[in-house]
Ligand binder design. Sequence first.
Ligand code: PAF
Length: 297
Amino acid sequence: MIVFTEIAALKAHLRTERFAAAHEGKVLQVGFVPTMGYLHEGHASLLRYARKNNDLVVLSIFVNPIQFGPNEDFDRYPRDPDKDKHLAEREGVDVIFLPSVEEMYPQPTKTIVRVEELTERLCGAARPGHFDGVTTVVSKLLHIVSPNRAYFGQKDAQQAAVVAQMVNDLNMDVEIVPCPIVREEDGLALSSRNVYLEPEQRQAALVLSRSLRDAEQTVRENDQITAGEIFRQITRSIALEPAAQIDYVEISYFPSLIALPDSMSVKDAEGDILIAVAVKFGATRLIDNIILAKEVS
Ligand code: PAF
């Protein structure tokens, strides 16, 4: 495993690897997992998907300042590069890209990549500018690594949809591979931010996965249940948890993120449905979701 901190050195290495493969008559397949580090089993599962389907796996670890708002947790975002390197080694990563902020942004960027509409609701409403920061850095990283495939966790379903839209709109030659949410045994979706939770907040946070699971069950049992009724069921169940403060509960088509009308029966929806929640426990904001795939008849 090689660790690069400089863009030019990483590009030169990838050029050499591609050239060597071409020399043997092969096209090197590069899988890329972009992260902000503090890796957990959710990231490990992305690395495993990448390892399985590519010749070379690149992992980036970069806490991207431009996707954090002024009052967000950029400074205190957890970082542990040594532990990350061990996990990466364990998962068979070939290359880690670990740039500094100065390397990625030698001067403030004057170019922002913005995906319209998809970024305005859900997390975009509460975190203005967040997705511009994400799409700008992901676009930079994709240009640097030029992977065949890039892997994104479905816990950030909106992020995965926004990045897929960007790649499509900009004709970028990369396949965006969404990967399933990884959960603790008790249902809590893995997140680097879980480390902020006090034990009682962590316990309270189980309301997210529980309310989503219950909603899925309700949809399965009741053909006529409407989006509005599901919204109220989830909202009521989260509100019963005193430590939880709801940021949003949204029921929308996926990946367009267009809201389902309240009166629409979930079973009648023309496409996959995303039920997404964002809830604060003290200063820690957690997100979770489920996607109800449209049954094809
Ligand atoms: O999901 C993340 O960790 C980040 O938003 C990403 C995609 C690495 C961009 O900074």
